[in-house]
Design a protein around this ligand. Structure first.
Ligand code: MG
Length: 300
């Protein structure tokens, strides 16, 4: 084994429901806040919310991306602060086990989340993991506006691609000039499909769009062939796999198509993926069986 290049050079991590368990309750609170935003801020009829959320999430990656696609106009920062402003962050506790695990793995480590940078920074601080990553690719990284570039204020966390001279910055306005245009009836569109009518495109770049993953890999200078991608979302895993990433589905004990590994918890990294052990360690006897190798208690 000596003298060979290690199989991996980078570990790419989703944030929410990957670095902490789904049971913390943040995901369900986010969903409720999104629904409240749609009713209170966008004036959408309450009876349409479940169907609309489903269709937007399925077709556009995030509800936010879908809302923009079908014609709603709103400020991204306002949306994010509404959706993330009232979350039970107190349910997230420092995770020293995960912290020492991450720090012991001699690879580049990068966060890749659809969430905004305020939320990402807050979650990492609550988990005590803010010094474990080289950088964060977040909503603002993939959707730069002049405003988000100039208002970088998270001083102790590195946000990839967010700087005053970021050449990745485009001129996407924070709010679109399309206000006043008609809202596309996506519920009607799927109830009575008309082959002549195409779904409108979204201006927002987010997982699981392959464009989003390609952009993230480019910005962070990541070689997908030598990167392990940790995600709780099956469709993000599958999109990552199509782009050549090695994939680890988190929160499930059964692999799905597109997942090279499945782990009940991020705490099980070492047990399930022996290649991650340091090059100078004796080759592990642990063989991945398709099931969780070791159930680790979760500190949360
Ligand atoms: Mg997630």
């Amino acid at each position: 084994m000596q003298g060979q290049n290690p199989k991996y050079e980078c570990l790419l991590f989703d944030l929410d429901d990957t670095l902490y368990p789904l049971s913390s309750g943040l995901a369900s609170a986010v969903l409720q806040n999104i629904k409240d935003y749609m009713v209170e801020k966008l004036g959408i009829d309450k009876s349409k919310i479940p169907d609309l959320c489903n269709l937007l999430y399925k077709n556009y990656g995030t509800t936010m991306a879908g809302l923009r696609a079908i014609g709603y106009d709103f400020d991204y920062d306002e949306y994010h602060s509404f959706v993330h402003g009232r979350l039970p962050y107190e349910n997230l506790r420092p995770d020293p086990v995960l912290r020492s695990l991450l720090l012991s793995l001699p690879y580049r480590k990068v966060i890749f989340t659809n969430a905004d940078k305020v939320h990402a920074a807050k979650v990492l601080r609550k988990l005590g993991l803010e010094d474990c990553f080289e950088g964060i690719i977040c909503f603002e990284t993939l959707n730069p506006t002049q405003e988000s570039i100039l208002s970088e204020d998270e001083d102790d966390i590195e946000f990839v691609g967010l700087s005053n001279n970021a050449d990745a910055a485009s001129d996407i306005p924070a709010t679109n000039a399309n206000s006043g245009s008609e809202i596309f009836d996506i519920i009607g569109h799927f109830a009575q499909p008309n082959p002549g009518v195409a779904l409108p495109k979204t201006p927002i770049v987010c997982k699981p769009l392959e464009d989003a993953i390609e952009k993230a890999l480019r910005i962070a200078n990541i070689n997908p062939q030598r990167t392990l991608f940790f995600e709780d979302s099956v469709r993000n895993i599958q999109a990552g796999k199509r782009l050549g990433l090695q994939t680890v589905l988190i929160g499930k004990s059964q692999r799905v198509k597109g997942a090279d590994y499945a782990l009940e918890s991020i705490h099980n990294i070492r047990e399930a993926i022996p290649e991650l052990l340091e090059a100078d360690m004796k080759k592990s006897e642990v063989a991945y069986s398709g099931k969780v190798a070791v159930e680790t208690s979760v500190t949360a």
